[in-house]
Design a protein around this ligand. Structure first.
Ligand SMILES: Nc1ncnc2c1ncn2[C@@H]1O[C@H](COP(=O)(O)OP(=O)(O)OP(=O)(O)O)[C@@H](O)[C@H]1O
Length: 392
């Protein structure tokens, strides 16, 4: 679990540090105070672009009128189940368009994937309120993140696939010369192999998540019947051998060449797959649900995810941006109870402290304002920064 956090020139924070207790941490403060910025900082303690999907260059603190942000850093001290302390750090040392985030573990530069040995942040953001009615690509990215938190190899497989896909499209749409057939074959072989592996991992993760959702039937959250739409995932779900999926993908890609070349887009392959969900109780597609209903379905899915991750050595950390505000009182109380029952560390944001009234005395409350953090004793904040922009 995270024991302390320190931010330097990160977004609206010049310099802030926060000792953290286990369990629930409530970040409350007005709009624009920096609550989401703090969650984003924690979400960077895992590979990827964090909960806003931003570039490293965007995250450096900028004063009004400044075009380029400062080099920034996020650091956390963790205490593992065995009582050992680990220091995780990430940030960029020089700014510029090519700014790359580096990762340090106990002071040593490490590949970002190693962060997953220690921490597995899972987040829910207001953007997910329309997850099931949103664009397909967004939903697939969300699902791939769930797959990847439990099966870290999945990220590399998807990235290999996406790289080969871009390369193949470049060959197919190059007007200056016909595509080199050997190169095209090689790329499609790579696509079929990585695509099949991704599809198998997705199907497996879906099965585990569905089992997790089914096991939560007694909770006051709506349940989703999940599915994966896409030929490769459908084969994997039906129990096909990976080799057969590779073959089917290879054939499909070859057949799709003229169509892809004409469209200038890749119209076939598991990047076009989708996560489907049925609101079980209502027996209707989740996409038709209200944003409150979709939020509750997503939260239930995320709780199933953290429950399954809790069985792994690296700890799940729940980051809930404005989630409680979207829930009615009964579900809010159930969410808080669940965080306690699962012994989860959860960071939750909300503009109003009374939203978290049920947690008074059971959680750490942190007031976020003006780029600073303050938490009553024994948890003393040291926000020294100020938000350079308006703070609602
Ligand atoms: N790179 C940056 N440098 C300086 N300030 C930034 C940077 N990026 C974002 N900000 C500022 O951070 C503030 C937004 O913070 P954040 O999104 O954390 O607010 P919040 O407390 O979650 O608000 P809300 O309740 O409205 O969701 C804005 O004032 C924004 O201008």
């Amino acid at each position: 679990m995270i024991r302390s956090l320190a931010l330097t020139d990160f977004r609206s924070y010049a310099s802030a540090s926060l000792p953290v207790s286990g369990g629930a941490v409530v970040l409350h403060g007005p709009n624009g105070a920096g609550k989401t910025n703090l969650l984003e900082a924690i979400s960077l303690l895992t590979p990827g672009k964090g909960l806003r999907g931003a570039t490293a260059a965007e995250m450096g603190r900028r004063e009004p009128g400044e075009a380029v942000g400062r080099p920034w850093a996020v650091a956390a001290t963790l205490r593992g189940a065995d009582g050992d302390e680990v220091r995780l750090g990430t940030g960029v040392q020089t700014m510029g368009p090519s700014a790359r985030r580096i990762v340090r573990i106990d002071g040593e530069t490490a590949p970002p994937g190693r962060l997953l040995d220690h921490l597995r942040p899972v987040w829910a953001t207001p953007e997910q309120d329309r997850l099931f009615s949103d664009a397909r690509a967004e939903r697939l990215r969300f699902f791939d993140r769930l797959v990847f938190a439990a099966h870290p190899d999945h990220a590399a497989v998807v990235s290999t696939y996406e790289k080969a896909l871009r390369e193949r499209l470049r060959l197919l749409t190059d007007d200056t010369r016909p595509p080199d057939p050997l190169w095209l074959d090689a790329l499609e072989a790579r696509l079929a192999e990585s695509g099949a592996r991704a599809a198998v991992a997705r199907a497996l993760a879906l099965q585990e998540l569905q089992a997790g959702i089914d096991a939560r039937a007694d909770r006051p959250f709506p349940q989703a019947d999940l599915g994966l739409a896409g030929p490769a995932e459908e084969m994997a779900t039906a129990g096909a051998d990976e080799a057969d999926i590779v073959e089917a993908l290879g054939e499909g890609l070859m057949r799709a060449r003229p169509r892809d070349a004409a469209a200038g887009r890749s119209l076939f392959g598991p990047h076009r797959s989708d996560l489907t969900a049925l609101h079980r109780e209502k027996n209707r597609p989740a996409a038709e649900g209200s944003s409150g209903e979709q939020k509750a379905l997503v939260l239930n899915l995320i709780l199933a995810q953290v429950t399954r991750l809790a069985e792994q050595p690296a700890q799940p950390i729940l980051l809930l941006d404005e989630a409680p505000a979207h829930l009615d009182e009964a579900r809010r109380a159930a969410l808080f109870d669940e965080i306690e029952a699962l012994k989860l560390q959860a960071f939750m944001t909300g503009t109003e402290r009374p939203l978290f009234a049920a947690l008074e005395g059971r959680a750490q409350f942190v007031a976020v304002e003006g780029g600073g953090l303050s938490s009553p004793s024994p948890l003393v904040g040291e926000g020294g920064g100020r938000s350079p922009t308006d703070e609602g």
